[in-house]
Design a protein around this ligand. Sequence first.
Ligand code: FES
Length: 363
Amino acid sequence: MNRDQLLKLGGQLDGVELVEYPDQWPVKGTRAERRAERVVALWFAIAGLAGLAFVVGLIWWPWQYQAPGQSGTFLYSLYTPVLGVTLGLTVLGLGVGILLYTKKFVPQELAVQQRHDGDGDGSAEIDKKTIVAHLEDAGARSTIARRSLIKRSVGFAGGTLGLGLVALPVASFIKDPWKDSNGPDSLWHTPWQKRFPGEVVYMRRNTGKPDEVVLLRPEDLDAGGLETVFPFRESDRSDPEALTSIFLRSDAPVMLIRLRPGDAERVVKRKGQEDFNFGEYYAYTKVCSHVGCPVSLYEQQTNRLLCPCHQSQFDVLHYCKPIFGPATRALAQLPITVNDEGYLVARHDFIEAVGPAFWERKQ
Ligand code: FES
């Protein structure tokens, strides 16, 4: 039996009566038909171009953070909108193209079927054949086989969307995080790293004015006090951009804590970091070891630091090891001292990466 015969038989066996089954374009090649085809292809082409723009934007658009006032801020601020608009347009184009194609070219049949109960044995062979014939007929009558313009445009749109979906997870591997792990901008180091041997990295107060440099001396902090400090080096003093950008580095802020004299005597130091403090002054990264929120609440009476994101608590008297909440790693400690001028300075960078416990995983 050919497809038409199987189609008819399938309808009879199922008790389906085709009330209407019109050909969408009974006269082939009319201007209206060609116009409909071009409109469908246009939407798929839009989807394809938008998908291509998404991939290009994802990889090459300037995505690195630029603070307000810095050059490139405007382009940076467009990164997320560009990705959202292009990906949205891709999905929209594909959706509208498919809808229009269904409306214009797929036969709109009107069929009536009497309901019947199955006997639990699954579909009979003849039912399977007739349903396949039915699907083939729908495909053939939708004329997709001879519409190369639509096939090419939908292939283009689907291809670029697929490329975008592949590019999303792959893009994160384009920059190798393991490369240059000694560099100042690597994930293993912070701005507290000395740029050359002997460089002095001071502790700086954030006064809210980037060009106002206030360095800290031990007497600036009361017993039981905490202050968030940032690194400062003399070579940055006349560089407004460097003075501003240090406040934008997420790994720069450090909590400088001055313990009360009675508490200082009870401190348990971390093995290998016994000389990281200066008297009762201790410095810990502000980056929470759970998922990186800023730890900022200091409870003086219990000597605990609290991260407001998920309530992790760190015991300051025990090298800031976690004692409550989801964090499982102690906060990284910055080794500090006081230089000849009487200022608090970092002896060197942290000896471990700051942030989540991921960094303790072995490669
Ligand atoms: S980020 Fe600090 S507890 Fe989750």
